[in-house]
Design a protein around this ligand. Sequence first.
Ligand code: BG6
Length: 460
Amino acid sequence: MTDSPATGSAHRTRTLVILGAGGDLTARLLLPGLASLLASPRGADMRLIGVDRSASTDDAWRKRVAASFAESPSKTADTVIAHTSYVQADVSDPADLARVLEAAGPDVSLYFALPPAVTLLACKALRTLDLPKGITLALEKPFGTDYATARSLNRLLQHLVPEEQVFRVDHFLGKSTVLNLLGLRFANRIFEPLLSADNVERVDIVFDEQLALEGRAGYYDKAGALIDMIQSHLLLVLAFAAMEPPASVDAEDLRGGMAQVLRATRPWKKDGTASRRARYGAGTIGRRKLPAYVDEAGVDPSHGTETLAEMTLAIDNWRWAGVPFVLRSGKALADARQEIVFTFKPVPHLPAGLHGTTTPARLRIGLKPASLDLDLMINGEDDPFELDPVALHAELQAGQLSAYGEVLASILDGDPTLSVRGDVAEQCWRIVSPVLSAWRKDAVPIDTYAAGSAGPKSWH
Ligand code: BG6
């Protein structure tokens, strides 16, 4: 028997209840993530219950689970499929939720795979119930819809359970490539001393995708690239890239370190205008012909939603003062460039006689695929006094679990290290707020780019 860090209770079989079991997130990401965990040596001692509004049967639900588990078959997964059940319930109705909790038993994790407004209603309904002591709550992004709603959702959660029993899910914290940053920075003496304003000119965190809207207008058209990617995922990556070395990677130290650096982070210009936004027009990616974003099904052009966002940030502390951090993410782009790049300053003096065009040294950490590159200048082959660029390249192994598998493992273990702490979620909204309001006032123009291109021509 082991102790669960979240609840302090002796370990028993935990029941994972997915609220919103009929949704796209459950089928596409949660269940496959769970299957990858069950098939791994780590495994999980768990029971699964699916909950949704529509009438269905245990059998129909089992078939859906089996279909989503298909890519990672295992004996443990078969056992979970055989014992899983379905509960039809309206999650905003306290009586329905009480039935769900009774079916789940005392060691339960409620996973809200629901839109934010429905999650809020479900949390309000939970407030009227006596919750089992060992319950944990897992909430999907977006966590709130702005700074104020994130704060009030946090207050509501505080009334339900202690903070360490709240798991604000951001699957980027489960990506092995993001976690690589910790080992790279803190287990090697050769990088960490260089990563500061003394040596680094700028840091870029880029997550460009070839994927377009993929039928997600209902959510994406109200969010846009800034909220979908930068407000959540990329600011957490920035926290890992810029935080001070923590004493340990337990939930307190790691999340405390993230909160500390994010509290020091602000838009480069306080009015939010050190930012750019753009939207894709019709174009072609590989063999895929894409309509303009505004012609995609379900898009309301009056929302003015951006599909490519960039913002420059400053970190007001000793280590990073004056170094721009440029965060960018967009959809329907030519290349899926997904990396963190530390660009180093020029050397203080290049010895006279060494010639050739010098490019700055760069440390590049690839997020997909996982890789590490160090771009350097060295003496050329023919003329030993002419400098040539060289790249030291390493491919990194992908983690055993998918990002969702990693996140689910931590939820089932009751360890909140890889989930977003309440104050961190609020900081992420605070940081993007000036940009959102500058865009609302049209203080920053919205550019266009053809789907499948490298972005707006004026940005190159
Ligand atoms: C999701 C965003 O959170 O992350 C998507 O909503 C994005 O728009 C996705 O495509 C990117 O993460 P991954 O792991 O699927 O590359």
